[in-house]
Each structure stands twice: as structure tokens, then as C-alpha cells.
Design a protein around this ligand. Structure first.
Ligand code: SAT
Ligand code: MN
Length: 590
């Protein structure tokens, strides 16, 4: 009797354009074998088995961490590489001053030379994937070709990968082409190229995170932001979280913070015991695709299916959900291990490392045991606070958008924009201290508009215009906020406890959206007065709270001047409305 499996078409026969492309790439790269990814547990198990045998993966303690594995990347390949990430548009002005640009013809030639014969002795994997729920009209398709089985394992967790995605590609025709090879992992021969006009990506020489998992930053942000502009929506570097108040009302918010500034923690926040009755539901932790709905609201889907989160600092106190989530079926990258093969990282709070992230006997003199940008890859469904609406085809309605950065001074704990237009200026003005998520100096303040500086696939001037256009089409636009959990006092101590306590700030926002909470009007926007925040059970001195909610006009005039200088870099692409909003803020600052 014929089984269902017998009746399935072989993958290469499903889509002619994909098959033709795979053939052309095989001729160029010369792999020993070609493997089309079906998706599913059997394939995943086989890949893991192969990597365990070759020593590329290490099994972790099966009693304490069942189904968990450790991967160690090359020590020179541990973060995104923004200095060799390019947007290759025909016109340089379309990429904008915010991107490195290369002429597409030159970039293609350069990459062709690198890819030529690069997969000899290796297997070429074809990963068809869907960003977003498989049945959502808001989702978009892609195919990644890679010679890294580690990338395949990650993509299978992070996206809806395999046969069903390819079936949808065969119906719709359109897909983003992502070609990736680890090459020789030589930092001198490492390039991440984007061709938004052709919906394609070429990445060579890195096997790590955002450089190599092409569905993530390369597709779901850089290429998607381009697609979104032409189609009238927004692709943003935002978590999506649902907050249910003690009265049982749930509101969704989307928050943009730069990499390694706590998006994953906020997305799965645990309400403090002193705020009983609140519930938190995670829809996404890194990327939001936002579409104007027919009802005049903004609707969001999470294009991803898993989390690629920062490990250090995760413990039962800071984030119990994440701590529980990564105890099973999790792929760890660049953490340390204990004597009994448990993963270990700084801030775990128990146990001791015997091997560091490079597999060397642990020695304090070598620096942290786990790499500061060590990561977990885990299915979103492992998250105890995973939202039942995360798979909704139409997404979830957004009540508030929140921008934020990591800043020791200037930015108060929270403020509310005057309206959408002012909110676009607030987003464009985000600045943040750099983190270990990208190669380069850590802790220097840089402008990071909408937390998209590394990820916007086109000129920021055009991008802000698009934001203004989308806002103009919304009958019921979300309110826009700015937060800063990282404000410090003169001694360098954090003024705000962060983590679960951040719910107090989010609760104020939601009460504002419902028209139930007060605020003080200031030059930069509306701030809660101390009595507007629920501080019940919170250990904070009145002085610290006042410092967190203060706006120093002197510092802000300086800030506004810096923003003005920054915006002027975008010349005639900068919408006049942005300068008008800035002028209004400056007028209010006096
Ligand atoms: O390396 S990733 O881009 O996937 C993670 C991050 O930087 O946010
Ligand atoms: Mn991110």
C-alpha cells in the first residue's frame, strides 16, 4: 500500500526556480554532495549525530540538560561583522550614509571569486524556509544554501524550514536567495553582501549568528525592510510581548533595543511578586513585521520561530523563564562547561567552569569563561511564557511602540512622544552604548536609530519618510515611548533594578493607552510623575526615582544639537517633518 511519504514529490522537483538556482550554485561551488532539507526531528537527529561523531558538537550532561549540545566557533568568529557588511544597490544614495555600500557588479564579481570551488569536500545544504507563520499572508519565503551543518541546525530552530516552506515557494514563486559558505573562516576573506533590488544575500567566511543564519538579520531585517517599504509595512528590530493586567485585558507592545540590551529578557519578563495578577506572553524576542490593518491599527507578526539569545547573566533570578527554557533541546554556542559537562556562564550563580568557551582549561587570566556574546538557540515553544497567539496568521494588534538604548546618562527611565511624528524623531534619536554582539569596541555611545543602525537595508532618510507615511495611514496608531533601563548615578551604580521590575514602566504605558494614568508634560515628551508609577513593594529611594524621572535641560540641549548634526548627514533625503519636530523640542527646551 502506498504511504503518504511515497506520494510526496522529491524536494528538488517542487520548485523549478529553486532547483535551477541550486544547480547553478553547485556548478560554481563544486560540493561533494547536495542535501535538500525536509525539516523535522529525524533529519535534525541525523545532523546532530553526524556533528557529534565529527567532534564539531559536544553533548552536554544528559540528566541536567537533556537534548542540549555545545558548539564552539572559531575564536575569531564570535559576533556580527558590521565593517564588512554591505548594501549593494545600483545607486549609493539608496543605501545611504548609514550603510557600507558596494557597486553590485563589483560585489558579485568579488563574491564569485570567493565562492568558486569553495564547497569541494563538503555537502551543500538547501534550506527552504518561511519567515512567519506558514499560513500567514504577512510571512515571506527564502532559501538559504550553506555548507555549514551548524547553520542548518540553527535555521531549523529559528525558522519554519523544510518541505512546507518549499511548497509555499512553489505556489508563490517569490523567495529571497541566500548563499552562504564558511569559506576558510578567514577574517580577511569575510563579506556579508545584500542585494535588495534582487532580493538576494551572499555571505562568505563566517559561521556565526547574524553573519550566517541568513533568515535572521540579513533577510528578516535588511532585505525585508526594503521589501516592506515598497509594500507599505515595517520590518523592525523589535520584540513583541503581550501584557495581561489584573483586570484580564491583554495589550501587545513592540520594543526596539539594540543587540544585547535585554530584548529577550523583556519579552519573557516575570512579573514581580509585588505586582500580583499580571501575566506576560511572548510573541517574539528580536524581530517584528508590522502591518497596518484594515481596522486602522498596527498588527505584528514575529517572523522567527526560535530565539538566538545572549547566555551570560541568565539565572533563576534575572530570567527564570529563559533559565527553564534552555535546560532542554538547546544548542549552546561558546559557553564554558563544568566538570560534569553542564554548560556554564558568567552570572549563572552556581557551579564552576573547568573548560572555557575555547575548550581550554579555565584560567581567570584568559578572561571570561563563557564568551560575552555566547548564545543559546532554542525553539520559541520551549518558552514557558510563549503566547498562544504567536502563530496567528494576522498577527497581534500593537498598542504601544517602545524605543530604548543603553545610556548611563541623559535619557530618563521613560518618556512618551507627543504623537506619531514626534515618535519617529524619538526613534531616530536613539543612541546606545555598543555591546559584544558586534565586533568592535564595547561601551561607546553611538547613534542607533530605531535600533536599526546595523540592520536597515536602505537610506535612513527614506526609512524615516516611510515611517511617517505608515503612521499617516493608521487611524488608531500606537503610542510611542522611549525607555532607558541603564541609567547610572555618579558612582556608576544602576539606578533602576531592571528585569521584572520593568513591568512597572510598561504598566504605566498601558494605563496611558487606556487614558487612565497621568503624566507631566516636559520639553522632551510626557514623563510619569513618581505617583504615576506603581512602586508598591519596589526598593528604590525617592532620590533615585527622582533622578530617573528628571530631564536636565542643559544636557538635552546638547543632545538635541547632536541629533541635529546627525540628521543633517542625510541631506535632502531627510524628511522636513523630522527637522520641524526637532525644532519644536528645541523651542520647548528654551
Ligand atoms: O548575531 S545576531 O545578529 O544573530 C544577534 C544580534 O546581534 O542581535
Ligand atoms: Mn537582535
Amino acid at each position: 500500500m502506498a504511504t503518504a511519504a511515497d506520494m510526496l514529490l522529491p524536494l528538488p522537483q517542487l520548485s523549478r526556480p529553486v532547483a535551477d538556482w541550486v544547480k547553478a550554485v553547485s556548478e560554481l561551488t563544486q560540493p561533494d554532495a547536495v542535501h535538500w532539507c525536509e525539516g523535522g526531528d529525524a533529519e535534525r537527529g541525523a545532523l546532530i549525530g553526524q556533528l557529534l561523531r565529527s567532534g564539531e558538537l559536544k553533548g552536554l550532561n544528559p540528566e541536567q540538560f537533556p537534548g542540549c549540545h555545545l558548539y564552539r566557533s572559531e575564536p575569531n568568529d564570535v559576533a556580527r561583522v558590521e565593517h564588512v557588511t554591505y548594501i549593494c544597490t545600483r545607486s549609493q544614495a539608496d543605501a545611504g550614509p548609514n550603510n557600507h555600500w558596494m557597486d553590485p557588479t563589483e560585489a558579485r564579481a568579488k563574491m564569485r571569486a570567493l565562492f568558486k570551488g569553495c564547497m569541494r569536500g563538503r555537502t551543500l545544504y538547501v534550506i527552504p524556509y518561511c519567515m512567519g507563520p506558514l499560513d500567514s499572508p504577512l510571512s515571506r519565503l527564502g532559501v538559504e544554501i550553506t555548507d555549514s551543518p551548524y547553520v542548518v541546525l540553527n535555521m531549523m530552530i529559528m525558522t519554519r524550514a523544510g518541505r512546507q516552506a518549499l511548497e509555499r515557494i512553489s505556489r508563490e514563486g517569490r523567495f529571497v536567495r541566500g548563499l552562504h559558505s564558511i569559506g576558510e573562516l578567514d577574517p580577511e576573506r569575510r563579506f556579508i553582501m545584500h542585494f535588495p533590488e534582487e532580493l538576494s544575500i551572499e555571505s562568505f567566511g563566517s559561521g556565526y549568528g547574524g553573519n550566517a543564519l541568513l533568515g535572521k538579520k540579513c533577510h528578516a531585517l535588511r532585505i525585508a525592510s526594503w521589501q516592506a517599504r515598497s509594500e507599505g509595512w515595517l520590518a523592525e528590530h523589535m520584540l513583541i510581548v503581550g501584557l495581561q493586567n489584573p483586570q484580564g485585558e491583554t495589550h501587545y507592545i513592540a520594543c526596539a533595543f539594540p543587540s544585547a540590551c535585554g530584548k529577550t529578557n523583556l519579552a519573557m519578563l516575570i512579573p514581580p511578586a509585588s505586582l500580583p495578577g499580571w501575566k506576560v506572553f511572548t510573541v517574539g524576542d528580536d524581530i517584528a513585521w508590522l502591518h497596518p490593518g484594515e481596522d486602522g491599527r498596527l498588527w505584528a507578526i514575529n517572523p522567527e520561530a526560535g530565539y538566538f539569545g545572549v547566555v551570560p547573566g541568565t539565572n533563576p533570578e534575572t530570567n527564570r523563564n529563559a533559565y527553564e527554557m534552555i535546560r532542554r533541546d538547546t544548542l549552546f554556542t561558546n559557553v564554558a562547561v563544568t566538570a560534569d559537562d553542564q554548560p556554564w556562564w558568567e552570572g549563572l550563580g552556581s557551579g564552576a567552569p573547568v573548560l572555557d568557551w575555547q575548550g581550554r582549561p579555565y584560567d581567570k587570566a584568559n578572561g571570561p569563561a563563557a564568551h560575552p556574546n555566547s548564545r543559546f538557540t532554542v525553539s520559541a515553544r520551549r518558552n514557558p511564557s510563549w503566547s498562544p497567539h504567536a502563530e496567528d496568521a494576522r498577527g497581534v494588534p500593537i498598542s504601544a511602540l517602545v524605543f530604548g538604548g543603553r545610556r548611563r546618562e541623559v535619557a530618563p527611565l521613560v518618556y512618551e512622544a507627543r504623537d506619531w511624528k514626534h515618535g519617529v524623531l524619538v526613534g531616530a534619536s536613539v543612541a546606545s552604548e555598543t555591546t559584544a554582539a558586534a565586533v568592535g569596541q564595547v561601551g561607546v555611545v553611538r547613534r542607533d536609530p530605531m535600533a536599526m543602525q546595523p540592520f536597515c537595508g536602505y537610506n535612513f532618510g527614506d526609512y524615516w519618510r516611510h515611517w511617517l507615511d505608515v503612521g499617516a495611514r493608521l487611524m488608531r496608531p500606537p503610542k510611542i515611548y522611549h525607555v532607558n533601563w541603564f541609567r547610572r548615578d555618579a558612582q556608576g551604580k544602576f539606578l533602576w533594578p531592571g528585569f521584572g521590575e520593568n513591568l512597572r514602566v510598561l504598566a504605566w504605558m498601558l494605563e496611558r493607552c487606556a487614558g487612565r494614568s497621568g503624566a507631566a508634560d516636559t520639553a522632551i515628551g510626557r514623563l510619569p510623575r513618581p505617583e504615576d508609577l506603581n512602586t508598591q513593594g519596589l526598593k528604590i529611594s525617592p532620590g533615585d526615582l527622582e533622578a530617573l524621572l528628571s530631564v536636565d535641560p542643559e544636557l538635552w540641549r546638547k543632545e538635541a544639537a547632536e541629533v541635529r548634526e546627525y540628521l543633517h548627514r542625510f541631506g535632502d533625503r531627510l524628511p522636513a517633518a523630522m527637522l520641524a519636530e526637532l525644532a519644536e523640542t528645541e523651542r520647548r527646551l528654551g
